[in-house]
Write a protein that binds this ligand. Sequence first.
Ligand SMILES: Cc1ncc(COP(=O)(O)O)c(C=O)c1O
Length: 495
Amino acid sequence: MNNQRWNATAPKSLFDQGVAGRRATTFPRWDGEDLLVELPAEVRRAEAADFPSLSEPEVMRHFTQLSTLNHHIERGMYPLGSCTMKYNPRINEKVVGLSGLADLHPEQSIDDVQGLLGALKLLEKSLCTITGFDSCSLHPAAGAHGEYLGMLVIRAFHLGRGDRDRVEILIPDSAHGTNPASVVIAGMIPRTIKSRHDGRIDLDALREAVGGKTAGIMITNPNTLGLFENGIREVADIIHEAGGKLYMDGANMNAIMGKARSGDMGVDVVHLNLHKTFSTPHGGGGPGSGPICVTKELAPFLPGPWIHEEDDGSYSLKKMPVQGSNSIHTHFGNVGICLRALAYILRLGGNGLTRCTEAAVLNANYLLRQLEPIMDVKHGQGCLHEFVASGSSWKNDFGVRTLDIAKRMLDFGVHAPTIYFPLIVEEAFMVEPTETESRESLDHLVQVLRAIHQEARENPEIVTGAPHTTPVGRLDEATAARNPDLRWAGPCNCG
Ligand SMILES: Cc1ncc(COP(=O)(O)O)c(C=O)c1O
């Protein structure tokens, strides 16, 4: 790590600031009876704790400064491909903070939580309407968790019919990286199918791959090249004829919401990433939500308890219909995230959600056309909400790699795109602007990339040595991700 740079911009810790006796809070005076109880000597401190003594403005400035050391959507554009880093509207926070929701306890009696159960049921129904399905489980806490549950459901369906041999899940090579991992964790075997040269699933390869071991296929749609799998109906027919089920990774729903429904495409299970499409916070490993929606046939394999709407409009909980089936989370999943997503859906309504899709696709296509003169986009035809460019020509012509471009973007206050993914594009540079960016911010991104292109041509060291303005320079990224050093080590010349 480049300590020099950290020295230049790091704020002092709170412990290195302040003056004895200064404070930010004044405690109210207690005028009642003196209730002080002497604590036993063995649990008392020998001396007062060494807390920092600071005024309120000092505390506010400190944390505001810290919040700008890392990038976030309120600070600037976040065009991270495959992540849908859209703005998280504040109304979602307001709704989830209402005391009738925020102050509930998960073990409270059913009579006390009727409002919450009603809200969750409404979310289930809304997601079923958006995807064209009959039943929904809000339990999964992330997209990959939804994939995992979907795999358990498909496996339980086959086992329920005594079909023990169906253990293979076919996965196109353009699938999201979590797909094969979820298959393995669910105890099944992923088998890759090559894409055609236009980036879509090869139906002939699929016909050859299916057989008596096929439990199903898992297909990311739109796929990670931002392309709609327009053969999906044929995929459904082929897989169903072979006795398998069609799982759709619907995390890219921001590209088709309000326009096309998985249930109408012959899909059996779909998951949604509420933290992508429905504007709930994510990133940094924060809580997410990856509900799955399924056909009537698969509904009995969803985990319980189920929220059941009685004839009189009240709600009760039903046990899971299939004994011991597929429990993956306590209660109803990440309820706070579910409520934020519901607030977003109700705020926008069906037409609003459809317009989000239209604007997300328009923004991606606008950017694609603007960037084509400086970057190759092999699979740009039919691009939906995101596209994958390639930095190969920069590498060949200027010795500047996609990693260097991404690092240099940070110096311009723009978050880097997703790089080196999907694997099927060399020097991949994957951009998803989302609908919440204005024309001006898209143009800003284009100007930044044009400026970096000029630097790469004229003075590539600026780009290959970037970033130059962030608190830390280039890290050993594998070590930083696997062994993050999150402790404050004191003021920095500590070596
Ligand atoms: C297409 C796709 N599928 C699955 C996932 C996995 O979702 P999560 O990161 O919530 O596990 C993602 C994540 O962004 C995704 O883009």
